[in-house]
Design a protein around this ligand. Structure first.
Ligand code: CP
Length: 319
């Protein structure tokens, strides 16, 4: 595997290999000296055209813990704001000897373009492109679910588990990435969203769809509930066209203390962040013992270490 662009490219064996490698990486992070020499001499460029906190920081931490050199590039404050194109930016990175480019871009397909254009020879990792894909987020979500809900995580898929993905599915690259990965790993996925926030063509996805959170809590044995951020920045008119009001949205789709109490005792609550507290998730739910939201962030470092290692350590790494 040269690039990681989408969870659709991963079969079950490859996905489990990444999760197992991430588990080994996570084990090294409990040691006194957390740094590994594995990617010494390699250069990883973080190329971010869109805002990020978790993904950017965790890719940087992952690359540094593998001893790679890291160059952070943010479009804000760069020559992109003077009109420089993706191609010219890529050629600059090539000139700097990048071995891997971790790219986040507002345009769906930007990572694919970078990987297949011939502008650079580096491995490309998609860190989120438009509403399309965010594969390392789905991998860290699967890793977190597996750790909590599988008795013997090593080598395991997610067979027999039911995951609810709730909210703004239409604009969510996290939802698209998770639907593909979780079902590849054997989980049953239930989407919970208002009809206005369900993508056209969802009937071809390997999911079931319901239109209120109460309906999902009633009808499905949910093992994990993944709350999505309402992406108001991607909604023209501030969201008014998609739901009547934030209060109405919270009433039908928000995870509050009452709904939290309806989940099975073993069930976990997830959110990719950043959260809109009081809209898709209440403080009571976000901060409850059921919440694994902070742990998702920590697991992101181990998963990104695994991805960089498998991409950059070549055949030896892939084994
Ligand atoms: N989950 C996620 O992608 O968060 P950031 O936008 O902060 O990177």
């Amino acid at each position: 595997m040269k690039h990681l662009l989408s969870t659709h490219q991963l079969d079950r064996t490859q996905a489990i290999a990444i999760l197992d490698t991430a588990a080994q990486m996570a084990a090294t992070q409990d040691r006194e000296v957390r740094k590994l020499p594995t990617l010494r001499g390699k250069t990883v460029v973080n190329l971010f055209f869109e805002d990020s906190t978790r993904t950017r920081i965790s890719f940087e931490a992952a690359a540094k813990r593998l001893s790679a050199d890291v160059i952070n590039f943010s479009a804000k404050g760069s020559s992109v704001s003077k009109g420089e194109s993706l191609k010219d930016t890529a050629l600059t990175l090539q000139a700097m000897g990048a071995d891997a480019v971790v790219v986040r871009h507002w345009a769906s397909g930007a990572a694919q373009r970078l990987a297949t254009s011939g502008w650079i020879h580096a491995s490309v990792v998609n860190a989120g492109d438009g509403t399309h894909q965010h594969p390392t987020q789905a991998l860290l979500d699967a890793f977190t679910i597996r750790r909590h809900l599988c008795a013997e995580p090593a080598g395991a898929g997610l067979d027999g588990l039911t995951v609810g993905i709730v909210g703004d599915v239409l604009h969510s690259r996290v939802a698209r990435s998770n639907v593909a990965l979780l079902t590849t790993l054997g989980a049953r996925v239930v989407l919970v969203a208002p009809p206005t926030l369900v993508p056209v063509g969802v009937q071809t996805w390997p999911v079931e769809v319901v239109h209120t959170l109460d309906q999902a809590l009633e009808a499905y044995p949910l093992d994990a509930l993944m709350m999505l951020r309402v992406q108001r920045e991607r909604m023209t008119g501030g969201g008014a066209a998609f739901f009547p009001s934030p209060e109405e949205y919270a009433r039908l789709y928000g995870l509050d203390a009452t709904r939290l109490a309806r989940l099975g005792e073993h069930a976990i609550v997830m959110h990719p962040g950043p959260m809109n507290r009081g809209l898709e998730i209440s403080a009571a739910a976000a901060d409850s013992p059921r919440s694994v939201i902070v742990e998702q962030v920590a697991n992101g470092v181990a998963v990104r270490m695994a991805v960089l290692y498998l991409l950059l350590a070549g055949e030896e790494g892939a084994q």
